[in-house]
Design a protein around this ligand. Structure first.
Ligand SMILES: *[C@@H]1O[C@H](CO)[C@@H](O)[C@H](O)[C@H]1NC(C)=O
Ligand SMILES: *[C@@H]1O[C@H](CO)[C@@H](O)[C@H](O)[C@H]1NC(C)=O
Ligand SMILES: *[C@@H]1O[C@H](CO)[C@@H](O)[C@H](O)[C@H]1NC(C)=O
Ligand SMILES: *[C@@H]1O[C@H](CO)[C@@H](O)[C@H](O)[C@H]1NC(C)=O
Ligand SMILES: *[C@@H]1O[C@H](CO)[C@@H](O)[C@H](O)[C@H]1NC(C)=O
Ligand SMILES: *[C@@H]1O[C@H](CO)[C@@H](O)[C@H](O)[C@H]1NC(C)=O
Ligand SMILES: *[C@@H]1O[C@H](CO)[C@@H](O)[C@H](O)[C@H]1NC(C)=O
Ligand SMILES: [Cu+2]
Length: 570
């Protein structure tokens, strides 16, 4: 909705250049502003035979689905009536010049404290597809999450036949305990947190779990119809395989970017990632399970080995026993690699890959162990506490201010330093037998400075410290080209030759292969402070994060906007 002022200005513009203004008027007239209210509250919810109070938005679990079009503005007033601090992150939204609305606690804002509120205001610029929103404070996102669906601009079709129906599929992870107490216990002991008790599809574990049969999520479909499934992995700590019995899945998008369609029986989605798939109801009328379970690549680490199911039902009310599909084995990395290597972006000309690089960065990523004095706070393996790091820096969030507020006010002193190392401080055989002397990272709140418009390449290199593992690494404020992925140590002379600079996938969260590497590229065209971190929350809590500070440019639309007046204080 245009304001009166805007219309006046537009009419003035129309007089000057009718042609240009017509285009402007049309696009402005089509763009809408959506107002929402999110009341963060404690809500009783029954799962696995027990009723718990969980934190929800508006009493809903999963939370409300937001729908908008490319070009629209969202205004979401978050009112915190719960007993925990909270913030909301709009995962995958670029937040061009509006980092204040990004959401990570102590990074772009101080938390919304109990009794307080904050209004997130942002415009969707040149993005459409499936994204999601979630709490970005402690582990509240275990239950505080929902879909954020962006349709193309009016009159712009999908680059595939229009589906008959669209369904958000939110994969989640459920603990039979208060999630904050699970986190507290892990932080206290230094050991790995308890694994979850169930996975969920749209909030329900499904009939493979106790007391869950009646509530199993069901999707109704008519023979011959095509569904667009908007799959979101909202699980806190687990990468997941997903499949539907007897049906092929045609992958058409990832992280709100279209890809060249291909068909597969199974997809793998890491926490933070989304995958759009088409499913055609081309099987004999009946009932078929959709099922998801863990892809778990770490060695000697406990994980939740259960399976969540929903039912795809051709005839409403049918009671026949659905067919349970085969899923890959929990450590089937070959299936993951075969699947990921098929991803290609659809519109290479629209997603120009930077070829000249100004910033060549190399970040090691993975776990670590910190030595401690034997006792209740030293329950990690062999008298240690778990840690995680990027380039050996285990990231510590500030407490007195957010990084962005400190940056914007020009006074970073005591909040952060800009000495994050662009390359590992020590070179070693990253995926080999790493000497114990290298296992203990140092703590710090270190940022890396990027000039506006610089072209950046980052090699993300997994390490064998404690264990190799596939990590879903998420960058706020950007999406990036994934120009290469492989196993072992990245070798520039060998591996750069194989980069895909033609149609690499474009994402906001990349799986760094277990014991391997991924190379991403982007142009630093969005000023602000942007967190990069593992989207497995246990790893994030152990310090698997860093942040970029991207300077303002000189142009008109190249500076961070002024902070909103209701930005919460610390
Ligand atoms: C974690 O699991 C252990 C062992 O099952 C149990 O004793 C403990 O109470 C659990 N802690 C939390 C916070 O769920
Ligand atoms: C996980 O569950 C599957 C099927 O339920 C079982 O075959 C497998 O042995 C389990 N694996 C582990 C590591 O517990
Ligand atoms: C997967 O796990 C099974 C045991 O659970 C093991 O026998 C097999 O070697 C593992 N495969 C890989 C690729 O690690
Ligand atoms: C802990 O110590 C045992 C015995 O020395 C060893 O086998 C194991 O690998 C160690 N674990 C870790 C994570 O260092
Ligand atoms: C790894 O290195 C340590 C010390 O350098 C050595 O004791 C150990 O045997 C090595 N392990 C393997 C699997 O090579
Ligand atoms: C990380 O830093 C600590 C402390 O300076 C050091 O002991 C350790 O060897 C370093 N490890 C790596 C992988 O650089
Ligand atoms: C909530 O946020 C405020 C402001 O940053 C902080 O002082 C307080 O310690 C936080 N509370 C908790 C429980 O983390
Ligand atoms: Cu991780």
């Amino acid at each position: 909705m245009c304001s009166f002022n805007l219309i006046t200005t537009m009419q003035f513009t129309c007089k000057i250049a009718i042609f240009l203004a017509t285009i402007l008027c049309l696009s402005l007239a089509n763009a809408e502003t959506h107002h929402h209210q999110f009341v963060v509250q404690s809500t009783p919810v029954k799962r696995l035979c027990k009723t718990h109070n969980i934190i929800t938005v508006n009493g809903q679990f999963p939370g409300p689905t937001l729908e908008a079009r490319d070009g629209d503005t969202l205004v979401v007033k978050v009112i915190n009536t719960a007993r925990y601090n909270v913030t909301i992150h709009w995962h995958g939204i670029r937040q061009m010049r509006t980092p204040w609305a990004d959401g990570p606690e102590y990074v772009t804002q101080c938390p919304i404290q109990p009794g307080a509120s904050y209004t997130y205001r942002f415009t969707i610029e040149n993005q459409d597809g499936t994204l999601w929103w979630h709490a970005h404070s402690k582990w509240l996102r275990a239950t505080v999450y929902g879909a954020l669906i962006i349709y193309p601009k009016l009159g712009v079709p999908y680059p595939f036949p229009k589906p008959n129906k669209e369904l958000p599929i939110l994969l989640g992870e459920w603990w039979d305990r208060d999630i904050i107490s699970v986190l507290r216990q892990a932080i206290f002991t230094g050991a790995a947190p308890n694994v979850s008790d169930a996975y969920t599809i749209n909030g329900q574990p499904g009939d493979q779990y106790r007391c869950s049969s009646k509530e199993t999520t069901k999707f109704y479909v008519k023979s011959g119809e095509t569904l667009l499934l908007r799959v979101i992995n909202a699980a806190l700590n687990q990468e997941l395989f997903l499949t539907v019995a007897n049906h092929m899945l045609t992958v058409v998008g990832n992280d709100a970017v279209y890809n060249k369609p291909f068909s597969t029986r199974v997809i793998m989605v890491g926490p933070g990632q989304t995958t759009n798939v088409l499913l055609t109801a081309d099987q004999p009328a009946g009932r078929y399970y959709m099922a998801a379970r863990a892809y778990h690549s770490a060695q000697n680490a406990a994980f939740d080995n259960t399976t969540t199911t929903a039912i795809l039902e051709y005839t409403k009310g049918a009671t026949s026993r659905p067919l349970l599909p085969a899923l890959p084995r929990y450590n089937d990395t070959n299936t993951v690699t075969a699947y990921t290597s098929r991803l290609r972006s659809l519109a290479p000309e629209k997603n120009k890959v930077p070829t000249h690089i100004d910033e060549k960065l190399f970040f090691t990523v993975g776990l670590g162990l910190v030595n401690c004095t034997p006792g209740p706070r030293c329950q990690g393996p062999n008298n240690t506490r778990f840690a995680a790091s990027m380039n050996n820096v285990s990231f510590v969030l500030p407490r007195r201010n957010s990084l962005l507020q400190a940056y914007y006010s020009g006074n970073a002193q005591g909040v952060y330093t800009v000495d994050f190392p662009g390359v590992p401080p020590v070179a070693f055989d990253y995926t080999g037998n790493v000497s114990r002397g290298l296992w203990q990272p140092r703590r710090g709140t270190k940022l890396y400075r990027l000039k506006y418009g610089s072209r950046v390449q980052i090699v993300l290199q997994d390490t064998a410290i404690v264990s190799t593992e596939d990590h879903p690494v998420h960058l706020h404020g950007y999406h990036f080209h994934v120009v290469g992925q492989g196993f072992g140590n990245f070798n520039p002379s060998r591996d750069a030759a194989g980069f895909n600079l033609v149609d690499p996938p474009v994402r906001n969260t990349i799986n760094v292969p277990v014991g391997g590497w991924a190379v991403i590229r982007f142009v630093a065209d969005n000023p602000g402070v942007w967190l990069m971190h593992c989207h497995i929350d246990s790893h994030l809590s152990w310090g698997f994060a860093m942040a970029f500070v991207v300077e303002n440019g000189k142009g008109k639309l190249q500076s961070v906007e002024a902070p909103p007046p209701d930005l919460p204080p610390c």
